[in-house]
Design a protein around this ligand. Structure first.
Ligand code: HEC
Ligand code: HEC
Length: 366
């Protein structure tokens, strides 16, 4: 070994030893956060009386500190491989917590095959998350975008390390979950905080809600739209069938259907298997989650693949019985809606718009 490279070698060894011991100090101190107060305040969201109960897992009750940590994580590029994207890149509060694109693109610029979903009232979902229902609850779902190669594309080991060495996150985790040491920061706790944040993305203050509460009234056109949507008793208007799958008040039946979006000669021929890709039941192939229609006027383009650009395209799709496949739902049929009926339905859909969550400080971008 030449003297110069020997010197470099010694230097490298010394640096490695120093670096490791510094790193160890950070992580093994054990109780360095204990002096920071831990007394989380329970958070009770305001929910209309006619909504279902908002249930939370026993080990993850809503607290102001937990929601606040989740809010920071939700908007922070620290969760992505190259520090360029966060959850909010594809779930933008200004766009009904969706992204306004046909299909979402992740940090590597690779377009996914599916469209982002609105997160409004996502806390009420009991029958699976995503278009195919593959995540059982928010706590499971929140782990997935970080490692998804076409979303945030990094590893949780990396993210945990970055959160532990951050100037503010250790304190926020302490306040939310009472951890004693930075080393206790984990993906499970991050997922819990993200879930708390998402559970309070609530919409229950639209014109529809104000009418329901006796505080407002439909105008003539909206009332015709409501009648078409719900097949109101005593009305001689056609039944547009929407209510079966997008059941009010949440505007979703929390279930999976084939609404005739994909053409398929047999149950094996769907381009996106949807629900069946997860359940492995042939009869589920081609079925997708019927998403909520709350704030639907803010979330174009539509459907799992973003293939319908406008709300008119959506109504024309339903009015013309969709594409042919073996398990297409019988409700997807010739509805006989006139241009006036479609206009009325759109007027009704507008009454489901509610952006009052934008003023909730607990949901705002930090
Ligand atoms: C690159 C864009 C992108 C990013 C970043 C992203 N998402 Fe999503 N999100 C999507 C897409 C696309 C879907 C639908 C995917 C599917 O069904 O396969 C989705 C679905 C969801 C759902 C399911 C909603 C429902 O009603 O079932 C939740 C919850 C969610 N995302 C939360 C998050 C959280 C939390 C983060 C950050 C940790 C995040 N997303 C980051 C694009 C993204
Ligand atoms: C048989 C059940 C069914 C009926 C009836 C139905 N839908 Fe849907 N709807 C779905 C499903 C399933 C999806 C998601 C399909 C997909 O993306 O592949 C969907 C998606 C949508 C979307 C896209 C939402 C988004 O965020 O991309 C809109 C808008 C919509 N429906 C409106 C309506 C209206 C209006 C009616 C009545 C005219 C109606 N639907 C009737 C099942 C139904």
């Amino acid at each position: 070994m030449k003297p110069f490279s020997f010197f470099a070698f010694i230097l490298a060894v010394a640096c490695t030893i120093l670096a490791t011991s510094c790193g160890d100090d950070d992580v093994t101190a054990g109780n360095e956060l204990e002096t920071i107060p831990y007394n989380p305040k329970p958070y009770l969201p305001e929910i209309p009386a006619y909504f279902p109960k908002l249930t939370t897992p026993d080990d993850n009750p809503l607290t102001e500190e937990g929601i606040n940590l989740g809010r920071h994580l939700f908007f922070d590029n620290i969760l992505s491989g190259d520090n360029t994207m966060s959850c909010s890149s594809c779930h933008d509060p200004q766009k009904g917590f969706a992204d306004g694109k046909a299909v979402s693109t992740g940090i590597d610029g690779i377009a996914g095959r599916r469209s982002s979903m609105s997160l409004v009232n996502v806390g009420f979902t009991k029958n699976g998350m995503f278009w195919d229902g593959r995540a059982a609850q928010l706590e499971d779902q929140a782990l997935l975008p970080v490692t998804d190669p076409i979303e945030l594309h990094t590893t949780w080991t990396d993210v945990e390390a970055r959160l532990r060495s951050h100037t503010d996150y250790p304190t926020r985790f302490r306040k939310a979950f009472g951890i004693k040491s930075k080393s206790e920061i984990s993906k499970e706790l991050a997922a819990k905080a993200l879930s708390q944040y998402q559970r309070i993305i609530l919409s229950g203050n639209s014109k529809y809600d104000r009418i329901k509460q006796g505080l407002d009234k439909y105008d003539d056109l909206e009332l015709i739209g409501f009648s078409l949507y719900t097949d109101l008793e005593g009305s001689d208007l056609p039944d547009a069938e929407c209510h079966h799958c997008h059941q009010l008040d949440l505007a979703t039946a929390d279930d999976y259907f084939n609404n005739g979006l994909q053409e398929a000669a047999s149950l094996n021929d769907f381009k996106d298997l949807g629900r069946g890709g997860f359940t492995k039941q042939l009869a589920d192939n081609g079925k997708m989650r019927a998403p909520t229609l709350r704030n639907v006027m803010l979330t174009a383009p539509y459907m799992h693949d973003g293939s319908l650009k406008t709300i008119d395209d959506v109504l024309n799709h339903y009015n013309s019985k969709g594409k042919t496949s073996p398990n297409k739902d019988p409700l997807i049929r010739d509805l006989g809606l006139t241009p006036f009926h479609k206009k009325a339905l759109i007027a009704f859909l507008h009454t489901l718009t509610d952006t009052s969550y934008l003023t909730n400080p607990l949901l705002k971008k930090p």
